[in-house]
Design a protein around this ligand. Structure first.
Ligand code: IPE
Ligand code: IPE
Ligand code: MG
Length: 248
């Protein structure tokens, strides 16, 4: 740790995997074919992160707004999620990868919830890459949940409103205990956050690419990491201050 290469490697990468539908349309195939191809792209990026020693990879798989899609697409996405979970849990475990799902999982029904819980408990003690899948996740809702938890503490006289800090709120949110994303990637050309980790992205380096998610391969990921490595993260300070701190 501490050498130039590890310093320029993000600890936490968060990705909005967008463009599956357009990828399929370009091939005159149903949208679902794009989602299926997207799962292969996930495997590639997970492997790359594990090999490079990236600590956390958070993938946006299904947003709290994606329920608005046609019923058939939603149900195909759920099936794909369940199948991928069944097929990949053991492989992730063999590769020392820890899997966590964030988002409101109750909406998925009890069978899928059980599969999620068993994959999480199987991989709980793994010390390699921490893979976080955001499924039925919404950043605003995440923040609201944290506010509710704090409000209850205050109402019960266990907390003084004056002692509410960003750290206190963050402790009530998903990703609790993990470093905030250093690098955000969105494929598919749209330049928006789409209610992903709105709180946690406050100081994240943003990277957008036109590449559609199923085409996002290792070289595309390298390009994103290269862009990140070239950035100077100032966190409000001046360039001179940051460079002086790096030397010292
Ligand atoms: C991202 O691809 C996958 C999910 C949102 C589940 P899209 O399905 O949004 O693909 P486009 O944006 O229609 O191309
Ligand atoms: C964001 O993609 C959500 C996921 C990738 C899971 P969308 O395709 O749903 O985003 P919008 O609707 O274009 O903002
Ligand atoms: Mg999309």
């Amino acid at each position: 740790m501490g050498d130039a290469s590890s310093a320029s490697l993000p600890r936490h990468v968060a990705i909005v995997m967008d463009g599956n539908g357009r990828w399929a349309r370009l091939r005159r195939r149903p949208r679902f074919a794009g989602h299926r191809a997207g799962v292969d792209a996930v495997k590639g990026v997970v492997r790359a992160c594990a090999e490079k020693g990236i600590e956390v990879l958070t993938l946006f798989a299904f947003s709290s707004e994606n329920w608005r899609r046609p019923k058939e697409e939603v149900s195909l996405l759920m099936d794909l999620f369940a199948t991928a979970l069944d097929r990949q849990a053991r492989k992730l475990h063999q590769n020392n990868i820890r899997l966590t799902i964030i988002g409101e999982r109750e909406a998925f029904g009890s069978a899928l919830c059980e599969r999620i819980a068993s994959a999480e408990s199987l991989t709980r003690n793994n010390s390699g890459l921490h893979l976080v899948i955001a499924a039925n996740y919404g950043g605003r809702r995440d923040l609201v949940q944290a506010c509710k938890a704090v409000a209850i503490e205050v109402r019960n006289g266990k907390m003084d409103p004056q002692s509410i800090t960003p750290e206190v709120l963050e402790a009530g949110m998903s990703l609790e205990g993990l470093p905030s994303p250093d690098l955000f990637i969105r494929t598919g050309g749209e330049m928006r956050i789409s209610n992903f980790l709105i709180w946690h992205l406050a100081y994240t380096e943003l990277y957008f690419t036109e590449i559609l998610w199923p085409d996002f391969d290792e070289s595309a990921f390298e390009a994103a990491l290269g862009s990140y490595a070239g950035r100077l993260r100032r966190f409000g300070r001046t360039t001179e201050q940051v460079l002086a701190a790096q030397k010292g």
